[in-house]
Ligand binder design. Structure first.
Ligand code: NDP
Length: 335
């Protein structure tokens, strides 16, 4: 799947192209490259930001005319790197293609040891989004038992886990999502105390006051824009906002202004952005916690699975209109 050009405005399927080409898969003598057969690919909102010309960002732009890259689960076909051998399963940075050639560096390719769980989970709960929820909630939010927590984009890859972690921690948790189906899922499957459909609310401030009459201690920010402005009006004294993402802004050429920032001062709020990449050293600790919980069924994970690499562009576009229900995965091959 090739990015045709830098993208302006809302991402469209036609900004990408599905093309067949032949690539050489041999590992030259002395090289440390790894040849991968891609099994599952992850659709992630940040990929949209790589489709414009970036300067001085934490990540590089995609190259127009080249295959898109992103997180995925793959099988090692050949390896010039002593850390990986033929037949290993890995997750990490790969290409939106059937076969990829990767040069592993620290934290770009992780060996999969526990195969007793769905492999696709390594694009979600056991991969980057899972780590994002874990470090965002436990490391950035500084939660205390009994606090009130609000999560936006709550049914997504990250949000559904933040809600479950916060509930297990003993917090009161409310989520917002864009459809009735997602709101039902938040309450019935993920155990949120309350949930609402932000598309049905005329006044987001009033909606938040309904669920948080005494205010919000922790806001896990996934969307930005109007929701952030409404949340700022409802934060408690010494509240914390973990700024994970702002998906409502990713397709805009001029991002929306935020009007209520003065509340940060008045209420002594700590608002902290974070990037999951800075925390990958905690991955083994996270796996130790989460794998037993998955196996015991005390944490659940919902995926939205698109079949076939040719359907990957459509799946990625769907993130920005909320078409995905749960973690958006693309199956390239099941073995
Ligand atoms: P999701 O699985 O939640 O998919 C995106 C969801 O965002 C959609 O399903 C939709 O749900 C919602 N959405 C889309 N457009 C809008 C909009 N204009 N306004 C409000 N909601 C919208 O994605 P992830 O869980 O993977 O990612 C969630 C956030 O976390 C993103 O902002 C992402 O960039 C960020 N992130 C940050 C990381 C970091 O290191 N800081 C790492 C990983 C993710 P709905 O139907 O509810 O509208």
């Amino acid at each position: 799947v090739i990015l045709k050009h830098y993208v302006a405005g809302y991402l469209k399927e036609s900004d990408m192209e599905f093309k067949n080409t032949n690539i050489k898969l041999n590992v030259p003598e002395g090289s440390n490259i790894v040849v991968l057969k891609n099994l599952y690919l992850s659709c992630d909102p940040y990929m949209r930001t790589r489709m414009r010309k970036l300067e001085g960002s934490y990540i590089e732009s995609f190259t127009p005319g080249e295959p898109i890259t992103g997180y995925g689960v793959a099988k090692v076909l050949e390896s010039g790197d002593s850390k990986f051998k033929k037949g290993d399963l890995v997750w990490g940075m790969t290409g939106w293609e059937e076969y990829s050639v990767a040069t592993p560096t620290q934290h770009t390719l992780f060996k999969i040891h526990d195969k007793d769980v769905p492999l696709s989970y390594y694009t979600g709960i056991l991969g980057m989004p899972g780590m994002t929820a874990y470090v965002g909630f436990y490391e950035v939010c500084s939660p205390k038992k009994g606090e009130t927590v609000f999560v936006s984009a709550a049914s997504g890859a990250v949000g559904q886990l933040v809600g479950q972690f916060a509930k297990m921690f003993g917090c009161y948790v409310v989520g917002s999502a864009g459809t009735k189906e997602k709101v039902d899922l938040l309450k019935s499957k993920f155990g949120f105390d309350e949930a609402f459909n932000y598309n049905e609310e005329q006044d987001l401030d009033a909606a938040l006051k309904r669920y948080f009459p005494d205010g919000i201690d922790i806001y896990f920010e996934n969307v930005g824009g109007k929701m952030l402005d409404a949340v700022l009006l409802n934060m408690k004294l010494h509240g914390r906002i973990a700024v994970c993402g702002m998906i409502s802004q990713y397709n805009l050429e001029n991002t929306e202004g935020v009007h209520n920032l003065f509340n940060l001062i008045v209420k002594r709020i700590r608002m902290e952005g974070f990037l999951v990449f800075d925390y990958y050293h905690l991955y083994p600790k996270y796996l130790e916690m989460i794998i037993p919980q998955i196996k015991a069924g005390s944490v659940v994970y919902v995926e939205d699975v698109a079949e076939g690499l040719e359907n990957a562009p459509n799946a990625l576009v769907g993130l920005f209109s909320g078409r995905n229900v749960g973690k958006q995965v693309v199956v390239v091959s099941r073995e």
